[in-house]
Structure formats: structure tokens, C-alpha cells
Design a protein around this ligand. Sequence first.
Ligand SMILES: [Zn+2]
Ligand SMILES: [Zn+2]
Length: 225
Amino acid sequence: MINKVIKALRMRAYKRFMANNMQAVKTVAHYVRMLRRAVLNFFRQEMDAFEFIDEMVRTIEVQFTRAWNEGAREAGTEPKDMTDEDQLILIDRMEQEQQFILGFASDIETARMEQTPITPLYNRVELWANRYNEVRNEAIIHFRKGKLEWKLGQTEEHCTTCAALNGIVALAEEWEQSGIRPQNAPNEILECGGWQCDCSLDPTDKRKTNNALNRLLDIAAGSQL
Ligand SMILES: [Zn+2]
Ligand SMILES: [Zn+2]
């Protein structure tokens, strides 16, 4: 019962948010810039902890919603056609991410007090921003129960797992069953850990890879590397 109430409340907050929003913010690069600016302002004390956390919460909501909608459209579902269930997946995803804000805020404060460089904090911003691709890919899988092809990303050096997966076409259910997903750091299946992984699972009309599920299971077990 209580769960139902909480879900209904979240839903209402989400709908209000969707109605009020949202400025056009387009890419991962934009997400990086927004986060960097928040980190810098907080580091320089031009923003207090409350403002920083508020800014992070809102930025995550806007960016995750964009990523989720973008993935849905890519898979042929318009945001207006999403069910409550579809939207709750996104809300859960945002909440998971927002749990890390406090820790990040306190690390920024520590860096300021101990006068250590800001650069490592910027590096962490890149990892936060990579969630954009992660959420977009999750939406594609969720909304397109069809065939998906693993495409290598722009990351300079590809790990052996990502390289082995490149070009494999399998059903969305098969990818899910194998547990193989891009990003999702710490990703135990990918050699790269998913931290800098820029790969994607894209809808495709290409022929399915022969014996696709077994190949995926082999790769997940590390036996084909
Ligand atoms: Zn990789
Ligand atoms: Zn990758």
C-alpha cells in the first residue's frame, strides 16, 4: 500500500516536472559542461552545498529524461505514448543516480579545504555524463524488443570484450539474458569495466548472428577472449 502511494507521488512529481520542463539541452558534451560548471561554482563557494545538490538533482532529471526519450524515439516510441511503468523505470534510474550526489559534494568540499586540484573532480564528471549513453541504451533495449547490434563507440582503445562483441546481432531478450550491456560501470563482464565504454546497442534490420545467444554467453563467461 505504502509502496503504491510512494509510486503515485513520484508519478505526480514526474508529470509536473515533464509539464514544466525543459530547456533544450542536447548532448553528452552539454551534460559535461553543466556538471563542470556546478562543480566549479561549488568548489569556489559561489554556490553552497544546498544549491549544488539542488542543481545536480535537476541536471540529472533533465538529462536522464532526455536520454530516455531519445532512446525511446530511436526505438519507435514517442514519449507521449509511454506508460506509467515505462516512466517508473526512468524515475528509479534517476533516484539511483541521485544517491551518489552527497558523496560527490563532500569530496568537492574536502578538495577545497585541503586545497587539492580540481582536475580529478572533472574526471569524475566525465563518468557521470557517460550515464547519458547508458540511459539512452537502456531505453532502446526497453522499447525495442527486436534485434540489436553492438557498435563500438568512439573510445580510442577498445577492450577485448567490446571488440569481440562488435557487430554481433541478437534479440534484445538475448542481450538481456546474457547480462551483457554497454557502460554500466562497474561492469564485470566488460574488460574495460564499462567506465569509458562508448559502445551502443543499436536497433538493426541485419541478419541475426548465428548461434547468437551461445556466443554472448561464451563472451560473458570470458571463454572466447
Ligand atoms: Zn570495453
Ligand atoms: Zn565499449
